[in-house]
Design a binder for this molecule. Structure first.
Ligand code: NI
Length: 186
């Protein structure tokens, strides 16, 4: 099932998301993850966090393999992740976000991360990621902390983008996937 993607301006994107309860039988985690991948691929994204489909849960999926042909094995799901460490020199990369269509800006982030997370079978991992995969994970992890890539921009840059961001939150933007706008326009 393809979910509409929540647009910039929706309060769910500014909230710190809640941990998933392993024993919550009302949540079909595997089905949800399957739907999130379907939604992400439909919109040509390389990452999607649960708040972006309106669910304030600590869950995101990535497929960094789609970014560069040298990358394989970075189709991954992160359940209840905790970012343990960020290190290395900060580097700039032009980021975009399915919740903020048409806007792309350079964001500086540290090179390497250590993250603890579970998969959908509740196997536990602590892993180090570098470069582009780390970048995608950092962006998605921000989503479950209620942070958007535009929050990393300078106040000057944000001022320049203000009108464009307001238009996005009103649904005044052309997108080729389904979105849910704070004003209710689809
Ligand atoms: Ni995003």
């Amino acid at each position: 099932m393809i979910y509409p993607i929540v647009a910039y301006g929706d309060p769910v994107l500014k909230k710190r998301a809640k941990e998933i309860d392993k024993n919550d039988s009302s949540l079909n985690l595997k089905k949800l993850v399957e739907d999130m991948y379907e939604t992400m691929y439909y919109a040509n994204g390389v990452g999607l966090a649960a708040p972006q489909i309106g669910l304030s849960l600590r869950l995101f999926v990535i497929d960094a393999d789609k970014m560069d042909e040298s990358l394989t094995g970075y189709k991954k799901v992160f359940v209840n992740p905790t970012l343990l460490n960020e290190e290395g020199e900060k580097w700039a990369f032009e980021e975009g976000c399915l919740s903020i269509p048409t806007i792309r800006e350079e964001v500086f982030r540290p090179q390497r991360i250590t993250i603890h997370y579970f998969d959908t079978d509740w196997n536990e991992f602590t892993e180090i990621f570098d470069g582009l995969p780390a970048r995608v994970i950092q962006h998605e992890y921000d989503h479950i902390e209620g942070i958007l890539f535009t929050d990393h921009l300078s106040p000057f840059k944000r001022t320049l983008l203000r009108n464009k961001l307001n238009r996005i939150s009103k649904g005044d933007v052309k997108v080729d996937y389904r979105m849910r706008f704070p004003t209710g326009r689809r």
